[in-house]
Design a protein around this ligand. Structure first.
Ligand code: ZN
Length: 198
């Protein structure tokens, strides 16, 4: 990228390191930013820095939040005896959008993948098992229907079974290999309602 000044090249390079941003998009974004009013650019960069500094894991469900407990865990109106296990915060958001799920969540931050060398200790499984020492009626496993998601679901159900807590898996209305965050709300609801006990 010799035809751009080094400042512009740096900006393009940083932007293209973000997921889903190819070099064309990075160039488009870079020139868009360069044409924005300086106050707007300052606001954008400070919002990014502040979010990165303040956002942390909820002490209970491990979703990303900016307080000790996330708004869902803090909410006494939710059913704290029902825990839905998801792979990431985006999947949690997908189920929240349906407005129909009244339980709480547990965010694993990944899935077991022997291929990628991700084992049970690399995701928030220990923390889930600790939560189950409290009064819990049901654990709904809502990991993706990918190989990793299924492997994780099976592993978790085997861990939980001996505790006597009901374990269920969302129905396969979710297409195989499908990422939860891209699936429409109706499909998610059907998957939740049609869950089967493991
Ligand atoms: Zn939480």
């Amino acid at each position: 990228m010799d035809y751009y000044s080094s400042q512009i090249s740096n900006l393009i390079e940083e932007l293209s390191s973000l997921p889903g941003i190819g070099s064309k998009s990075a160039q488009r974004l870079a020139f868009h930013i360069l044409n924005m009013p300086i106050e707007h650019v300052e606001k954008l960069s400070s919002v990014i820095v502040e979010a990165r500094k303040k956002v942390r894991y909820c002490q209970s469900c491990f979703t990303l939040t900016d307080d000790e407990l996330c708004p869902i865990c803090k909410n006494a109106g939710r059913n704290h005896k029902m825990i839905m296990v998801v792979e990431n915060t985006r999947d949690l958001a997908a189920y929240e959008k349906t407005n129909k799920y009244e339980g709480v969540y547990h965010v694993l931050h990944g899935a077991i993948s022997p291929m990628l060398g991700i084992g049970p200790n690399d995701i928030r499984l220990k923390e889930l098992m600790q939560r189950l020492q409290e009064d819990v009626d049901e654990v709904i496993i809502a990991t993706n229907s990918s190989l990793e998601g299924e492997t994780t679901a099976m592993y978790i159900s085997k861990l939980i079974k001996p505790t006597g807590i009901k374990v269920s898996r969302i129905a396969s209305g979710v297409p195989v290999g499908g990422d939860l965050e891209y699936i429409d709300e109706m499909t998610l609801l059907r998957a939740l309602e049609g869950r089967t006990e493991l």
